[in-house]
Design a binder for this molecule. Structure first.
Ligand SMILES: [Zn+2]
Ligand SMILES: [Zn+2]
Length: 261
């Protein structure tokens, strides 16, 4: 996707698909009937792990780093670096890594065998998540994965600008420091939602629950406020696990919002 001089490409690390009723506990086939366009030919919900490559001026930024050489929820990671190279970018070319949050399926490629994968990059995360995963929840899988880059991790405070054309928008709830990363050029905006929204269906209906939110009540408030704001703007957006990492728009329709890619 091209926004003026700013270019964004999805980078897939691994893909899976799930029964939609298992992904969103408490939902029924009836609930999913209006959302068949989000499901594949077998009626399953595609789920991607990966990140985004943002190229603008002299900055080469990765937003999230996928799962790495592991397996989680039946999804095998491992394709990230090959897919990055296919876009003409070597690990040494990356100037910045920015994490929407520090869950293990977003930080997987931090380091390989204890050596930072992106040797010339500044790694950045919200101060709230850095504190949570490096100082509070220190027995987590995340702490172990982050260890090799902990001393080069630069923390941002909510609302800080990361680079020209890249801003942060605090969206806590999924994790304490969950952040939406906003790329902009001129009047155009693209929002990388991280896990604030796991599936476009959550932007359509305020009542849908989520997977794995640390603070479900706050996470729902954050999502509802976001959907209300986005349905009246023309920003493009994508979550970190949306099918195909495709960007779409939220359109306010008669009585309900629509998701359009
Ligand atoms: Zn997450
Ligand atoms: Zn995730």
């Amino acid at each position: 996707m091209q926004l003026g001089d700013l270019r964004i490409d999805p980078i897939v690390d691994g893909e899976g698909r799930f029964k939609p009723m298992m992904s969103f506990r408490g939902t029924s086939e009836e609930d999913w009937a209006p959302h068949q366009d989000l499901l594949d030919a077998d009626g399953l919900l595609p789920f991607v792990m990966g990140g985004f490559l943002v190229r603008y001026r002299d900055r080469v930024t990765l937003v999230d780093l996928g799962l790495g050489m592991g397996r989680l929820m039946g999804i095998q990671g491992g394709a990230f670096l090959d897919n990055l190279r296919a876009l003409g970018v070597a690990p040494a070319d990356v100037t910045d890594v920015a994490f929407t949050h520090l869950h293990e399926d977003h930080i997987g490629w931090c380091a390989v065998d204890g050596t930072p994968t992106f040797a010339n990059a500044t790694y950045r995360a919200s101060a709230a998540d850095a504190h949570h995963f490096l100082e509070v929840d220190t027995t987590s899988a995340e702490t172990r994965v982050l260890q090799p880059i902990a001393d080069r991790l630069v923390a941002w405070e909510a609302g800080e600008q990361l680079a020209p054309g890249l801003d942060t928008l605090a969206a806590p709830g999924h994790t304490p420091g969950s952040t939406i990363i906003v790329a902009s050029s001129g009047t155009q905006r693209v929002m990388m939602l991280g896990d604030v929204v796991h599936c476009p269906v959550q932007l359509l209906d305020d009542e849908w629950g989520a997977l794995f939110d640390v603070d479900p009540v706050l996470a729902r408030q954050t999502r509802t406020a976001l959907a209300r704001e986005l349905e009246v703007g023309d920003a493009l957006m994508a979550g970190a696990h949306f099918p195909g990492l495709q960007f779409g728009r939220l359109i306010k329709g008669e009585g309900r919002r629509r998701w359009v890619v």
